[in-house]
Design a protein around this ligand. Structure first.
Ligand code: MLT
Length: 400
């Protein structure tokens, strides 16, 4: 069950003559936290887009302790019932300073159309709230933004960088299986469970976040493993802090910048996500995300990947699109990477990024290893998890 956390500050105008947060103001804060959760998630317009308005049918609030002006309250939201046309949300408010429980509330909603008829709860809302709450992992504040990060195991660090519009969940099999390495997998800003500010996206900013994250985790040098957009970020880290990279895995990615046509496609996709939400992006990308073999044989994985994309915050998707659109060409760097052990991995059935791009990188990086994974498309880490984990282990064992 999804749980999201939103921090809100108590203002004097919300308090009574004795300075307590007023009971009516609590209702506003609970409501603000729910909208903020959607704003940082699939977008505030998911209900209007589906022509289904969530009308409150019942509210129950327990007030446990007073709150005062200046208190920062952490609101946690979870979906405790999901019916066809109704749903129930449970919310708690705790004071951040001393973790005191201030109030708990349950809200029952019925979705109605404009003429007041009950209509189904929008699918995107259910998908968003169904994201696993596990894996908030560590929440590290990096460059002022909360970055959800999974850290597992001990040993030389391996930092995973996911693609677009995905999250660190694409590395779940490798996080589980690889032994003898410290596996670090952040959600890039704007995606997964990381904060999604409205502005502040570029390859340089993603790279700066990663470098700052490494600093925070006391990682001097790491092997970077980037899938697709994650590879674009890895190139940017190379530009900015090459000495921090011990090895490089470039998976389902390319070194070329976007063509003029691809750049126009990014703008069209940014418009689509702003107007129609993350679900529309998920639908348009799903056919190219997975290989034909996976699509034919693993329907649960297809559904999981669609859910993952549809749950991405709108601001983060739009930010990733402009970042990819404006990224630099990295081809000229490749011949200079001979001193960094590099593995290139591509899915044999990838239709998102042509295999020729992977071959070109393999030819241009002196000494690079190159593996094509059969029966896998773009999301090779999820489509052939064991093969990818084995490739990574073998590669890591070759790095001095
Ligand atoms: C990704 O998977 O990260 C993106 O699809 C890459 C791209 O669109 O260039």
């Amino acid at each position: 069950m999804a749980q999201s956390e939103i921090d809100l500050t108590v203002y004097p105008d919300e308090c009574d003559a004795f300075g307590h947060l007023n009971q009516a103001a609590f209702l506003s804060l609970f409501e603000r936290a729910r909208w903020e959760m959607l704003a940082r998630g699939p977008g505030m317009n998911i209900f209007t887009l589906a022509d289904a308005w969530p009308a409150v049918r019942k509210t129950a609030i327990d007030y446990h302790a007073p709150a005062f002006p200046g208190d920062v309250l952490r609101f946690q939201q979870s979906l405790i019932h999901h019916g066809r046309t109704s749903f129930t949300m449970r919310q708690t408010a705790r004071r951040v300073r001393d973790d005191v429980l201030i109030a708990t509330a349950e809200f029952v909603f019925v979705c109605v159309s404009r003429d007041g008829r009950p209509v189904p709860v929008p699918e995107v809302f259910g998908q968003f709230m169904a994201q696993p709450s596990r894996g908030a992992g560590h929440r590290l504040t990096v460059n002022g933004v909360g970055i959800a990060t999974e850290v597992r195991g001990e040993g030389p660090p391996l930092v995973f960088i996911h693609g677009y519009p995905l999250s660190r969940l694409i590395w779940e099999p490798q996080l589980d299986r690889l032994a003898g390495v410290r596996r670090v997998a952040p959600d890039l800003r704007g995606l997964g469970l990381s904060d999604a500010p409205d502005l502040g996206y570029s390859m340089a900013i993603y790279a700066d976040d990663l470098i700052a994250l490494m600093d925070t985790l006391d990682i001097e040098q790491a092997v970077l493993c980037g899938l697709s957009m994650g590879g674009y970020v890895a190139f940017e880290v190379l530009r900015r802090a090459r000495h921090r990279i011990r090895g490089l895995v470039l998976m389902s990615t390319r070194a070329e910048a976007d063509s003029a046509e691809a750049r126009r496609g990014r703008d069209a996709a940014a418009l689509l996500v702003r107007e129609q939400g993350a679900g529309a992006i998920a639908d348009s990308m799903l056919p190219r995300m997975l290989g034909a073999s996976t699509t034919a044989t693993k329907p649960e994985l297809v559904a999981q990947v669609r859910r993952l994309m549809a749950a991405s915050p709108v601001a983060g998707i739009a930010g990733a699109l402009t970042s990819m659109r404006d990224r630099s060409d990295s081809i000229s760097m490749l011949p200079e990477l001979g001193d960094i052990p590099t593995l290139i991995v591509a899915g044999a059935e990838d239709t998102m990024i042509p295999l020729d791009s992977a071959r070109r990188m393999a030819q241009l990086i002196p000494g690079a290893r190159f593996s094509i994974v059969p029966e896998a498309g773009h999301l090779v880490s999820l489509e052939q998890p064991e093969a990818v984990s084995t490739l990574l282990s073998e590669f890591l064992s070759t790095i001095p």
